[in-house]
Write a protein that binds this ligand. Structure first.
Ligand SMILES: Nc1nc2c(c(=O)[nH]1)N[C@H]1C(S)=C(S)[C@@H](COP(=O)(O)OP(=O)(O)OC[C@H]3O[C@@H](n4cnc5c(=O)[nH]c(N)nc54)[C@H](O)[C@@H]3O)O[C@H]1N2
Ligand SMILES: Nc1nc2c(c(=O)[nH]1)N[C@H]1C(S)=C(S)[C@@H](COP(=O)(O)OP(=O)(O)OC[C@H]3O[C@@H](n4cnc5c(=O)[nH]c(N)nc54)[C@H](O)[C@@H]3O)O[C@H]1N2
Ligand SMILES: [Mo]
Length: 698
């Protein structure tokens, strides 16, 4: 049997320690069983590591199918060069030498004019610190390419959290079973945070109450004791209404507020404006729902809120996160390890970005920044124009808002596009070159997490399939072709991983070789992690900042505010006359963003692209369950299958996502409808701030 690092021999084969690379808070520790067949290592099984505290031996349905993904017959195994029209997806096989020398020559020509005309486009196809932005960032820094503002997912909430509590950190997932009240606020944990859900189940068995705040009766909402179905984008109003009641009914922890917070009086004045009756009207719920929730929230200890990113995808998303992040300080819930709020833990990992990304290679240049969420606009209107786009770990033609604009941009004849991929995605269809990338089983990586407190190692379980190469190696070879001779371009993946974390701080014991052997390791934080039990917020004042001087300086409201959605039935009456229904498109359980959509087993579970619509909204439109409908607004139009169900609340339709366009009957997906407008804080997209009309298909 072969011996890999981090491998244990067993009866079934060798077990290699790995980490799930996907964009999910759970970042599971995986065990990959490998056998030798005809002189090659073959992966035969993936499983969750039973000894890892949050993975606890369970992988989600999607990642249980990781072998189907890695050994998929459609894997891109050789470099490909376009022969058809852009968007057609017709290619011929070429050699690595031909592809790399042509790409380097093209980039060289563009860079000679202005390197900012070259733009990287990447997100979290893999969350690994080596196959993500390490060698790639070095390459683009050396080149002087445009910066990419990576806003597509979490910057509204992330920055709002930083303004309020100082960093992206919060309640430890390993404490949730001890909570007495758990609030799933814009969080469908069964789909998107399975291992937190199992702890919530344990809390439920111990008598805890679970409440979901979500416009949609998601898989999670339906299993909670209570479901508050507000209209999308109205969460800040709800949170301010909760504060109103906490203050009115004496449910504030004044000792905590006096010691550890800033700006209570101003916040009290603000909350005064949000009576339960007003909030009920703004959110489309009842005043009693606001009052009862506030009483339970104020009186139940410990109470934890699991906030997810779904509720920040509207115009006021940043302020909504700020308002919600104030609640645990007002009620004193941070005092308990099982109280508080969890949006993300990613801020407490001391990633050494300078070592990985090497900003020194910019040599004093400060390139312009392109916001990935407005790529549709920028591909057509940026000045200087975008001449080349290098896409890796992302599928922008499917996932970026206002997709017609995005596709028009990608179709530009004078745009040079390179896509590093596993599959011919909707984006790869537009590539001049597709370069075959390895999957997590075929390369080395090191991981942090945004939902727990462990660092993990990923050992390569098998050799790369075909001629595929790790992202890091593709950028290494491109650097060589471009004659970038700085020593940092010769570092191996292991040498990159060694530099992932700063030695000081939370990972004082970080030793890469040891981590590869043991697989995972908790940060140096206490078992009973209660980050703000005694204040210690990492804001400028050291307090939980209800009032933010930093926001005031930016000309923003220093107190959490309710900003109505750009597109809401009550806030934009003119638009709502034509497009009266709000649409949201949250993650489908069996997809991971647009990843896994091409796995037949998972796609057949999801069926086909559908829109869920409330019986009342369906009836007067003459829409019948299981018939085809047209969903449209000024930006676009798509055909979907209607499911008439009260899972969708009146006034709000739901299209679980993110489908590949090419698997839909009409070759489109929901992002035809979404807008490129950005959030109040964090320059992030507003996917769930979108009005449409639905009509029976002609
Ligand atoms: N299975 C699966 N898991 C995933 C993903 C996936 O695509 N599939 N995506 C991953 C990624 S990239 C991320 S960022 C995370 C988190 O991704 P999120 O987008 O936060 O996903 P969910 O946890 O599904 O939570 C979204 C929930 O918020 C609800 N919602 C929508 N608008 C509003 C609103 O205005 N207010 C409130 N209160 N609720 C609203 C939706 O109905 C949905 O039930 O999940 C990750 N995990
Ligand atoms: N309508 C709507 N749109 C949304 C959302 C929504 O809820 N609704 N959610 C938004 C959110 S939260 C996010 S995070 C974005 C996600 O958008 P993306 O980050 O673009 O995520 P994916 O669609 O999963 O695409 C990732 C791609 O990376 C590839 N990949 C994986 N690993 C590797 C690797 O090692 N090397 C290379 N070269 N490629 C790899 C995969 O094959 C996949 O095609 O979508 C956003 N778009
Ligand atoms: Mo995301």
């Amino acid at each position: 049997m072969v011996q890999a690092t981090g491998a244990l021999s067993g009866n079934e084969g060798t077990i290699v320690r790995a980490a799930c690379p996907h964009d999910c808070p759970d970042t599971c520790a995986m065990l990959v069983t490998v056998r030798e067949e005809q002189g090659r290592r073959v992966a035969v099984k993936v499983a969750g590591d039973p000894t890892h505290p949050t993975t606890a031996g369970t992988l989600c349905t999607k990642v249980s199918r990781y072998l189907e993904r890695t050994y998929h017959p459609d894997r891109v195994l050789h470099p490909l060069k376009r022969i058809g029209a852009k968007g057609e997806g017709r290619f011929v096989r070429v050699s690595w030498d031909e592809a790399l020398s042509d790409i380097a020559a093209r980039l060289g020509q563009i860079a000679a004019r202005d390197p900012q005309r070259i733009v990287p486009y990447s997100y979290c196809g893999t969350m690994g610190l080596v196959q993500g932005e390490a060698m790639a960032a070095r390459f683009f820094n050396k080149l002087g390419a445009s910066f990419l503002d990576r806003t597509i997912c979490s910057t509204a909430g992330g920055e709002a959290l930083a303004y309020t509590i100082g960093a992206k950190t919060g309640t430890d997932v390993e404490q949730f079973q001890n909570s007495k009240l758990i609030v799933f606020w814009g969080c469908n944990a069964i789909a998107s945070n399975l291992h937190l859900w199992s702890r919530a189940q344990e809390a439920k068995r111990r008598g805890a109450k679970l409440i979901a705040i979500d416009p949609y009766r998601s898989l999670t909402a339906e299993k909670c004791h209570q479901h508050i179905a507000l209209m999308p984008g109205t969460d800040a109003a709800f949170a301010l209404g909760v504060m109103h009641v906490l203050m009115r009914e004496g449910l504030i922890d004044h000792d905590y507020v006096a010691r550890y917070t800033l700006g209570y009086d101003g916040l009290a004045e603000r909350a005064q404006e949000f009576s339960p009756e007003r909030v009920a009207a703004l959110c489309g719920i009842s005043a009693a729902e606001v009052e009862n929730f506030a009483r339970e929230y104020g009186q139940t200890r410990p109470t934890a809120i699991r906030l997810n990113y779904g509720m920040q995808r509207a115009r006021g998303g940043g302020n909504a996160v700020r308002a919600i992040a104030c609640l645990p300080a007002l009620a004193g819930h941070w005092r308990d390890p099982a109280g508080g709020v969890l949006l993300s833990t990613s801020g407490i990992f001391p990633v050494d970005e300078d070592a990985l990304y090497r900003p020194d290679l910019l040599a004093g240049r400060t390139p312009r920044t392109i916001n990935m969420s407005t790529i549709g606009h920028d591909l057509q209107h940026a000045d200087p124009p975008i001449d080349a786009l290098i896409v890796y770990n992302s599928n922008p033609v499917a996932i970026a808002p206002d997709s017609r604009a995005v596709a028009r941009g990608f179709a530009r004849a004078n745009l040079f596009t390179v896509v590093l991929e596993h599959f011919i995605t909707d984006t790869a269809d537009y590539a001049d070159y597709v370069l075959p990338a390895t999957t997590q089983l075929e390369h080395v990586d090191v991981h942090k997490s945004y939902g727990h407190l462990y660092v993990l190692a990923n050992n390569a379980a098998i050799e790369p399939r075909g001629e595929s190469l790790p992202n890091s190696e593709i950028f290494r070879r491109l650097a060589t072709q471009m004659q970038f001779d700085d020593p940092c371009f010769s570092e191996t993946d292991d040498e990159l991983a060694v530099q992932a974390f700063k030695r000081k701080g939370a990972t004082a014991n970080f030793d890469w070789q040891r981590l590869k052997d043991i697989g995972w390791q908790r940060l140096d934080v206490p078992d009973q992690y209660a980050p703000f039990a005694h204040g210690g917020f990492t804001t400028p004042s050291g307090r939980c900042e209800f009032y933010s001087e930093q926001l005031a300086k930016l000309g923003q409201d220093p107190l959490p505010a309710y900003l109505a959605p750009n597109e809401a039935p009550d806030a934009n009456k003119a638009l709502a006359q034509r497009y009266p229904l709000a649409i949201i498109s949250p993650p489908a359980r069996n997809f991971l963003n647009s990843t896994f959509v091409n796995l037949t087993s998972l796609r057949s579970t999801e069926g086909e692209p559908i829109v869920e619509i409330h019986p009342r909204d369906a009836q007067h439109r003459g829409i019948i369950d299981a018939t085809r409908v047209r969903v449209f607004n000024d930006r676009g139009s798509i055909d979907l299958l209607a499911r008439v169900t009260d899972r969708a609340r009146p006034g709000c339709v739901v299209a679980l996502s993110i489908w590949w366009k090419k698997f839909a009957r009409d070759g489109k997906n929901v992002n035809e409808l979404t807008s490129q407008a950005l959030t109040d804080i964090g320059r992030a997209p507003t996917f769930y701030d979108c009005l449409v009309e639905v009509e029976a298909a002609p």
